[in-house]
Design a protein around this ligand. Structure first.
Ligand SMILES: N[C@@H](CCC(=O)N[C@@H](CS)C(=O)NCC(=O)O)C(=O)O
Length: 360
């Protein structure tokens, strides 16, 4: 398969880590050479996009990995125990959607990070543009900072909370890695691949957050390399058969941050709004863009929860005894995104994370 991606991209790194682990062969390609075709085939320009040997296109790493798990079942990255699997999928969603803001903030708010990353992106993506290099550098810095930092609610008031989310993720992962090499067992699960999105190509590589990771969370620094170097062995995957107590702080953090945002985002989408305000752990965020895609993420988590047996649902509730987690089961939160109603993902037309419109 051909992976259209970028060498410094969050979700491309997540998918590559998974493909390497599973031993699924792939070659990398630049999305910009084929941008028009990709948009026609897949509905949105985002990376990664996958062109398979059978000619079909796949988009969005969460359904892509679920599809590939069906085609390459052994060894599984989805834990066999349904409760552990649900928690692993929740951690994946938190890695995908909550840590995105701090990852973009560190990359585009700090001078060293911004200077380095704009050079890499200009050289990788903008060769075809007939503009002087200094203008391309200015354009890309502005696009990324305005689009993903300023418009995503990072201000003087929220900045230290945004950075705190990164530090909390490091501390919570360090606790989970104390007794085992991967977050939920002796072999990597979907929770590890979800956390590789932010941790590999952003926090582990960008100068400012990488320094923080090395100095305050060397176990996470080591884990990034461990997941990257992991190769699926024949035989059984080895996951915990119950969520370990060391995961408690991580789950509390997810409930207090990501689930609060998912709930307000979905309610705002349901009311037809384009922006919303939210208070998270006492910090007030203003005018965040509503995301239809994240309404769909919540729908998927709710479907997975609803498919659990009553005793399994009870185990999840015991692990997540926080008000915000009600959104995973409460009927008032059954807001439909209308996205992928035909359930074709990852073979459907994709949508970008921000926005409330329909796919092209
Ligand atoms: N949910 C998608 C998200 C993909 C995504 O947003 N990728 C980013 C780069 S890491 C992107 O292409 N953004 C579009 C842009 O910057 O215009 C996935 O998991 O693949």
């Amino acid at each position: 398969m051909k992976v259209y991606g970028i060498t410094v991209s969050y979700y491309t790194g997540k998918l590559e880590a998974y493909l390497r682990y599973k031993g699924i062969g792939y070659g990398m390609a630049s999305p910009y050479a084929d941008a028009k075709r990709i948009r026609e085939e897949t509905g949105a320009i985002q990376v990664p996009m996958v062109l398979r040997d059978d000619g079909r296109w796949m988009s969005d790493t969460t359904p892509i990995i679920q599809q590939l798990e069906k085609e390459h079942p052994a060894p599984a990255v989805m834990p066999a125990d349904p409760v552990v699997r649900f928690i692993a999928l929740l951690i994946e969603d938190y890695g995908d959607e909550w840590l995105w803001r701090p990852a973009m903030h560190y990359r585009w708010s700090y001078e060293h990070d911004r200077a380095l990353l704009s050079r890499i992106l200009v050289d990788e993506l903008m060769g075809f543009m007939k503009l002087p290099r200094f203008m391309k550098l200015m354009l890309i810095k502005r696009r990324q900072r305005i689009g993903f930092v300023v418009r995503d609610g990072v201000t003087a008031e929220t900045r230290s909370h945004v950075e705190g989310s990164y530090r909390n993720a490091l501390a919570n992962m360090t606790a989970m890695l104390k007794n085992r090499p991967y977050l939920l067992g002796e072999t990597p699960s979907i929770a590890d691949f979800g956390m590789m999105g932010p941790m590999l190509r952003h926090f582990g590589q960008d100068p400012t957050p990488a320094e923080i990771m090395r100095n305050t969370a060397p176990a996470v620094y080591e884990w990034v390399a461990r997941v990257w170097n992991a190769h699926a062995m024949a035989g059984k995957p080895a996951f915990v058969d119950d969520v370990p107590p060391e995961a408690a702080d991580m789950l509390k953090e997810i409930a207090e941050t990501h689930l609060v945002q998912l709930a307000i985002n979905a309610e705002s989408y349901g009311c037809g709004l384009k922006h919303f305000d939210m208070a998270v752990q006492g910090t007030h965020y203003k005018r965040l863009p509503v995301s239809r895609y994240r309404v769909w993420c919540l729908e998927k988590l709710r479907e997975t929860f609803a498919a659990l047996r009553p005793d399994e649902q009870q185990r999840v509730r015991t692990l997540l005894p926080y008000p915000a987690t009600e959104i995973l089961w409460h009927e008032t939160m059954a807001i439909r995104s209308g996205y992928d109603e035909e359930r074709k993902a990852p073979f459907n037309k994709a949508i970008n994370v921000y926005g409330t419109g329909v796919p092209r």
